[in-house]
Structures are given as structure tokens and as C-alpha cells.
Design a protein around this ligand. Structure first.
Ligand SMILES: O=C(O)c1ccccc1NCC(=O)[C@H](O)[C@H](O)COP(=O)(O)O
Length: 209
């Protein structure tokens, strides 16, 4: 989210969380000053600060903005950093999003440090950590979610109104993350596409939200 009106549309479509990306290399990033500016106009939903391998100073700054959760993307091999993020924000508020190249397994030891895992698509480019539109490995997500059921598992990566129902059916996910497939351009949501998510899911499940 970069605009209050998009956040409002997401709330009306039944979103449970709102995400704000503070990674400077993201085309949909928001600066801390801008977030402070729109914060009073945002719906009353839990808010998630998203960034890539932050230093502790930056993470403390984001915490100071009043976020409920911290979704931190990182390359493999940063377990010490994950431990320090967990210590700073607390395990339950930390959602980890490891960038796992194909064939590299998720390290379950990380679950001692984080309350949630965002399971994202992979793209090789060094700076690509999210918002790439690449599907994630749904089968691995399903297995991990079943095996480690105490953790909050969030399915991400290329989700759209067109594939959301299939994603729910194939993975049993309770939480889906939508991003680039709902945009007119990076950082600007398509309000019609946002409401289509609600329509597709409610048509398929018979639920109204
Ligand atoms: O979206 C970004 O630009 C981004 C950049 C760096 C780190 C994370 C980022 N997004 C995080 C998300 O939670 C996205 O929603 C997730 O990657 C899925 O995006 P998409 O494949 O576009 O649906």
C-alpha cells in the first residue's frame, strides 16, 4: 500500500492485514515520512512493515511507526540476523520471508524465532525479494504448513483473482498475500481487481468474506 484509498478498498474487500514496503529498491516502496502522512487516513487493520534484511536501527525506526508485524525478506544464511530481529520486535510480531533458490530447503530452526512465514516466489535477480509476480512452490508450502501448524503460514507470489481459489484448494492456506497482480502500475492498486478477489473467493466458497 502506498495510498489510503487503496488501503480502504482492501479493507472493504475483506483484507485482514495491510502491508507497506520500505525496501528502497522496490518500485512500490513507501518512505517513512509518507507513511506517517497517510497513517491517520488508513483503516483500522493490523499493519505490516515489509523490508529486506534491515539493520537494527532501521528496524527500530519502523517499530517506532507503530507497526503490528514486521515481514522481513532475506537471503539464505542470515540466521544470526533473524535472531536479532526476533529479539528486537518479539517472535510473534516477526514474519520471515526467506529467499529460497529452487532446491534449497526451508530451515525449520527459524520457526523458533518467528511467528509467521511468508512463502514467496523466487526470482534470480540479486535485488528481487518480492513483488515479482512469480508463483511460489505450493506443494512445499502445503507440506510445511501441515507439519508446523503452530506457525502462521502466508502464501504469496503471483496471486491474483484468477488463481486465488486454486491456491486455497491446493494448499489449504488460511492467509493469501496479494500484490502486483492487483496493480495498475507499481504502487498503485486497481480497485476493481481488489474487489474481484473477494468476488472470486466468495463465489467459490459460498462465504461472504
Ligand atoms: O513488492 C515488492 O516490491 C517487494 C520488494 C522487496 C521485498 C518484498 C516485496 N514485496 C513483499 C510482498 O509481500 C509481496 O506481496 C510478495 O512478494 C508477493 O508479490 P507478488 O508476486 O507481486 O504477488
Amino acid at each position: 500500500m502506498t495510498r489510503a484509498r487503496d488501503a480502504q478498498a482492501a479493507a472493504e474487500a475483506g483484507a485482514d492485514y495491510l502491508g507497506f514496503i520500505f525496501y528502497p529498491k522496490s518500485p512500490r516502496g513507501i518512505r517513512q515520512e509518507r507513511f506517517r502522512d497517510i497513517a491517520p487516513r488508513l483503516p483500522d487493520l493490523p499493519k505490516v512493515a515489509v523490508t529486506v534484511a534491515p539493520d537494527l536501527y532501521t528496524l527500530a525506526q519502523l517499530e517506532g511507526l507503530g507497526f503490528d508485524y514486521f515481514q522481513l525478506h532475506f537471503p539464505v544464511g542470515l540466521s544470526e540476523e533473524v535472531a536479532s530481529w526476533s529479539k528486537l520486535v518479539g517472535k510473534e510480531r516477526l514474519w520471515i520471508a526467506p529467499k529460497l533458490p529452487p532446491g534449497v530447503n526451508f530451515d525449520p530452526a527459524l520457526l523458533d524465532l518467528a511467528g509467521g512465514v511468508l512463502w514467496d516466489g523466487f526470482k534470480k535477480d540479486a535485488d528481487a525479494y518480492g513483488g515479482t509476480g512469480s508463483l511460489s512452490d505450493w506443494e512445499s508450502f502445503r507440506k510445511l504448513r501441515e507439519e508446523y501448524s503452530a506457525t502462521k503460514w502466508i502464501l504469496a507470489g503471483g496471486l491474483s483473482p484468477e488463481n486465488a481459489v486454486e491456491a486455497l484448494e491446493q494448499t489449504g492456506a488460511e492467509c493469501l498475500d496479494f500484490n502486483s497482480a492487483l496493480e495498475i502500475e507499481p504502487g498503485v492498486k486497481d480497485l476493481e481487481r481488489i474487489s474481484q478477489v473477494r468476488v472470486s473467493i466468495s463465489e467459490a466458497t459460498g462465504l461472504s468474506s
